[in-house]
Unconditional design. Structure first.
Length: 597
C-alpha cells in the first residue's frame, strides 16, 4: 500500500491516515464529532478514483480495527471459509470485519463502506452502553455526516448482522433524512423479549456477551489489547485504563437486568418502534438461534411502517449467508436499486423468500406474505393418560408432574404417514400448577427419526438446535389482547401476578417461528421442561467457542441459569401439567397444506 497522507487529529492522540490499496482508498480513524463533543472514529473504504458514491454504513462495539482473524471469532471464520469458499471470491479477506460487509467486494461495485466504532468501543471514547438512546443518536448523526461528505452521493444504506442489524432498526426509527435503505441480517427489535428475559425469564446471554465479546475491545484497553493488522494501530485506542476504570465506563448488564425485571422505560428505550420505520428494508431471519435472532426479523416484516419491505429466511449459522454468493447477490440487487437507482427488477422480487427446511437440505420458495395465508393452524394435544400426542381431540383428564428446576414431560406423535410441512409461528396453551408461587416453563419442539433419535439442525450459533423453543414465567402470564394472536401470544411483562400453590392456570407460550418438512416415518415431539433444553447426542465440533462462556448444548448461549433470578424457594417446587377436555393443553402448529395433506 502506498501512503497518500498522514495527519494528527486531536482527540486522544488518534492519528487519521489515508492509504491506497489497488482500487480502494482507505481512510483510517476519520473523526466524526458528536453534538456533545465526543469524537467517534470511522474507517472509510471507497473507490480510489473521483466520484460520488452511495454509502453502506455500520456502527457497533466489536472493534472496527479487528479483522475477523485477529479478534475472538477465528473459529467462526475458519468454519465459514472451509464450508463456503465462495466467500473469498474476489476478496483476500484482509478487511473482513466480524458481521459487517466486505470492502473488497463492495467498493469495486461503486460503494463507499463506512465502519464506525460506537461510543465507548474500539477507537471511540465514551461510556459503553450498547443500543442505548445515546448510542443510537450517535448513529443517526454519523449517517448524516457521511451523507454530507464530498465523496458521497447523498444516499446512505445500512448493512450488517446481529448487533449491526439491531442498531439499524433502532436508528431507522429516528428517521435520518439521508437514510435510503436498510438490510438488517438476523437482528432483534426488543432487547427485553428477544434476548434478556425470554418470556420474562432472565437469561445470562447479555451478561456473558458483554464480558466475552465487548470488554476485550472496549475503548481504553489500549496497550493490553490487540492491534489492527492492516495499519498496526491499537484496536482499542491509545489510552490504557485500569480494569476498574474500564468497568465504571461501561454498562453493568447484570445489574441492569436485576434492577429492571419487568418491561419498563429502561427497556422501552431499547426497543424498536416499528411504526416509525419508513425506509425500504430487506430483513433476513434464521430458523435457528431462537434466543435472539429470528423474532425481531419477522416482527419487522409484519409491523414496519415501510411500504417497501422484503423478508428472507434461511438456515445455518447466522453469519454464513450474509457472505455467501447467495446472500450477497440478494443484498446487491436490493442496494443497487434503492441506493443507485438501477432498474434491475428488484420491485418484482417476491415479498417473502423462504429456504424451507428439510432434514437434509433447504428448498427455496417464494411467498407473498408472512405468516402464510394458506396456513392451517392445527392443534396437537397432550394426551397424558396415554403418554402421547394426538391430533384429533384432547385425551381423558390426566396430570403429569416434574421437579420445577430440573424435570420435564416429553410426548411424541405417531409416525407420520407422509411428508408434512410446518412453517410459521407456533404457540403452546398449557394448563399448569405449581407447588410454589411461580414457575418457569420451557417448551421445546423436537423431530424424532424412525430409530427414536432426535434430529437437530445447525442453528444461528449452536450446532444442535431443536426445531422450536418457547419460554414463559408463569407470573408473567397476562396477555395483551390487542397484540396477541392465537398463534402468537404477546405478554406485556409489566406486572408480577403470583400463583396460588396447587391452582391450575392457563398459560399461553410464544414459540419462535420454525420450518420443518417432517419426513414420513418420523415423529414430532413436545417437551415441557423446568430448565433449558440440552441435546443428548455427540456435541462434535463447534460446541465450544471463545466468544461464549458455555458449551453449546442445544440452546446456544441463551441460558437461564443465574441462581439469583431463579431462587429455589420460588422456582424449585413441583410443576404439574393438566390435560383433558377441561384443560386442553396443546401446541398450535402452522401446517402448510400440500396435495398430500
Amino acid at each position: 500500500m502506498a501512503s497518500l497522507d498522514e495527519s494528527v487529529v486531536g482527540a486522544g492522540g488518534v492519528v487519521s491516515r489515508s492509504v491506497v490499496d489497488g482500487p480502494i482508498l482507505v481512510e483510517w480513524d476519520v473523526p466524526v464529532v458528536m453534538d456533545d463533543g465526543v469524537v467517534l472514529r470511522a474507517d472509510v473504504f471507497r473507490p480510489a478514483g473521483e466520484g460520488r458514491f452511495p454509502v453502506l454504513m455500520s456502527s457497533g462495539p466489536y472493534g472496527k480495527g479487528l479483522t475477523w482473524t485477529t479478534g475472538v471469532y477465528q473459529a467462526q471464520w475458519a468454519s465459514l471459509v472451509a464450508g463456503h469458499p465462495d466467500v473469498l471470491e474476489g476478496s483476500s479477506g484482509k478487511y473482513q470485519n466480524w458481521e459487517t460487509a466486505d470492502p473488497e467486494r463492495w467498493v469495486p461495485w461503486g460503494y463507499a463502506l463506512v465502519r464506525v466504532d460506537s461510543r465507548g468501543a474500539g477507537r471511540s471514547p465514551g461510556f459503553l452502553d450498547p443500543q442505548a438512546p445515546r448510542s443510537i443518536q450517535d448513529f443517526h448523526d454519523c449517517i448524516e455526516w457521511a451523507a454530507a461528505q464530498p465523496w458521497c452521493s447523498g444516499k446512505v444504506g445500512l448493512a450488517g448482522i446481529s448487533y449491526y442489524a439491531v442498531s439499524q432498526w433502532l436508528v431507522a426509527g429516528t428517521r435520518p433524512p439521508h437514510l435510503a435503505a436498510i438490510c438488517p441480517w438476523e437482528g432483534a427489535g426488543d432487547q427485553y423479549r428477544d434476548s434478556t428475559c425470554h418470556g420474562g425469564i432472565p437469561s445470562t446471554f447479555r451478561i456473558n456477551w458483554m464480558e466475552r465479546q465487548l470488554a476485550y475491545v472496549q475503548h481504553g484497553v489500549g496497550e493490553r489489547g490487540r492491534r489492527n493488522p492492516n495499519n498496526g494501530e491499537l484496536a482499542s485506542g491509545p489510552p490504557t485504563l485500569t480494569d476498574d476504570q474500564l468497568k465504571t465506563n461501561r454498562r453493568d448488564v447484570r445489574e441492569a437486568m436485576l434492577a429492571h425485571p419487568l418491561y419498563d422505560q429502561f427497556w422501552r428505550d431499547r426497543a424498536v418502534d416499528w411504526s416509525r420505520i419508513e425506509v425500504p428494508l430487506l430483513t433476513a431471519a434464521n430458523w435457528g438461534g431462537q434466543g435472539l435472532h429470528p423474532r425481531g426479523s419477522y416482527a419487522a416484516f409484519e409491523s414496519a411502517g415501510s411500504r417497501q419491505r422484503w423478508l428472507e429466511v434461511h438456515g445455518l449459522e447466522h453469519w454464513t449467508h450474509f457472505y455467501t454468493a447467495y446472500g450477497v447477490s440478494l443484498q446487491k440487487r436490493f442496494f443497487d436499486h434503492f441506493l443507485k437507482g438501477d432498474d434491475n427488477g428488484w420491485p418484482d422480487q417476491p415479498p417473502v423468500l423462504l429456504q424451507v427446511r428439510h432434514v437434509d437440505r433447504f428448498e427455496p420458495r417464494a411467498e407473498q406474505e408472512w405468516p402464510l395465508a394458506r396456513t392451517q393452524w392445527t392443534p396437537l394435544y397432550l394426551d397424558l393418560d396415554a403418554g402421547r400426542l394426538r391430533w384429533d381431540r384432547p385425551g381423558p383428564a390426566a396430570t403429569g408432574s416434574f421437579p420445577a428446576l430440573t424435570g420435564k414431560i416429553t410426548l411424541l406423535t405417531d409416525p407420520f404417514e407422509r411428508d408434512t410441512e410446518f412453517t410459521g409461528p407456533a404457540a403452546a396453551t398449557l394448563f399448569a400448577a405449581s407447588s410454589t408461587t411461580d414457575a418457569d416453563l420451557f417448551v421445546v419442539l423436537h423431530l424424532i427419526d424412525p430409530d427414536g433419535d432426535e434430529v437437530t439442525f445447525p442453528g444461528a450459533l449452536d450446532p444442535h438446535t431443536p426445531i422450536g423453543q418457547g419460554w414463559l414465567r408463569a407470573s408473567h402470564r397476562r396477555l395483551d389482547p390487542a397484540r396477541s394472536r392465537p398463534w402468537q401470544p404477546y405478554h406485556p411483562h409489566d406486572a408480577v401476578e403470583p400463583l396460588t400453590p396447587g391452582q391450575a392456570y392457563e398459560l399461553a407460550v410464544e414459540i419462535i417461528p420454525t420450518s420443518i418438512v417432517v419426513p414420513a416415518g418420523h415423529r414430532l415431539g413436545v417437551s415441557i421442561r423446568g430448565s433449558d433444553y440440552e441435546y443428548q447426542g455427540d456435541l462434535g465440533d463447534g460446541a465450544d467457542l471463545a466468544t461464549f462462556a458455555n458449551t453449546m448444548r442445544g440452546c446456544g448461549p441463551f441460558l437461564h441459569n443465574d441462581p439469583a433470578t431463579r431462587p429455589p424457594a420460588i422456582y424449585g417446587g413441583t410443576t404439574t401439567i393438566h390435560a383433558g377436555p377441561d384443560h386442553p393443553t396443546h401446541i398450535l402448529l402452522p401446517l402448510i397444506p400440500t396435495p398430500n395433506n
